[in-house]
Design a protein around this ligand. Structure first.
Ligand code: SF4
Length: 100
C-alpha cells in the first residue's frame, strides 16, 4: 500500500523533472490499471494521435502485471522518456507542454 508521499518520492527519484507533471510529482493511473506519465501520453498512445511516441510503455505499465515501484523503475520511465525530453522531445510533449 502506498501513501501519496511515497508515490511522489518514487516518481521524482526515477524521472526527469523537465516534464511538468513529473516536476509536480504527478502520474496518471487509468481505470484499467495502467500507469502513465500524464494524461497526454495516455491519450496519445490509446488514440494514436501523435505516432512518434515510444509506445513500448504498454508492455510494462499494467498494475495487474507488476508493482508501481517496478513500473516506475522500468527503463521506459528512467531512460526512454527522460532521454526524449532532453534530446528529441516527442510531438505531444512539444505541443502540450512546450518542451523543446
Ligand atoms: S506530454 Fe510529455 S512533457 Fe507533457 S506532461 Fe506528458 S510526458 Fe510530460
Amino acid at each position: 500500500m502506498y501513501t501519496i508521499e511515497e508515490i511522489q518520492l518514487d516518481v521524482t527519484s526515477h524521472c526527469n523533472a523537465k516534464c511538468p507533471w513529473i516536476h509536480d510529482s504527478l502520474i496518471q493511473m487509468d481505470c484499467w490499471g495502467n500507469v502513465w506519465p500524464c494524461c497526454h501520453i495516455a491519450e496519445t498512445v490509446t488514440r494514436n494521435k501523435f505516432p512518434n511516441i515510444d509506445k513500448s510503455i504498454t508492455r510494462i505499465n499494467s498494475l495487474y502485471k507488476q508493482s508501481l515501484d517496478s513500473i516506475m523503475a522500468d527503463s521506459w520511465f528512467t531512460k526512454t522518456l527522460p532521454e526524449s525530453l532532453d534530446s528529441n522531445p516527442w510531438d505531444i510533449c512539444q505541443k502540450r507542454c512546450g518542451i523543446v
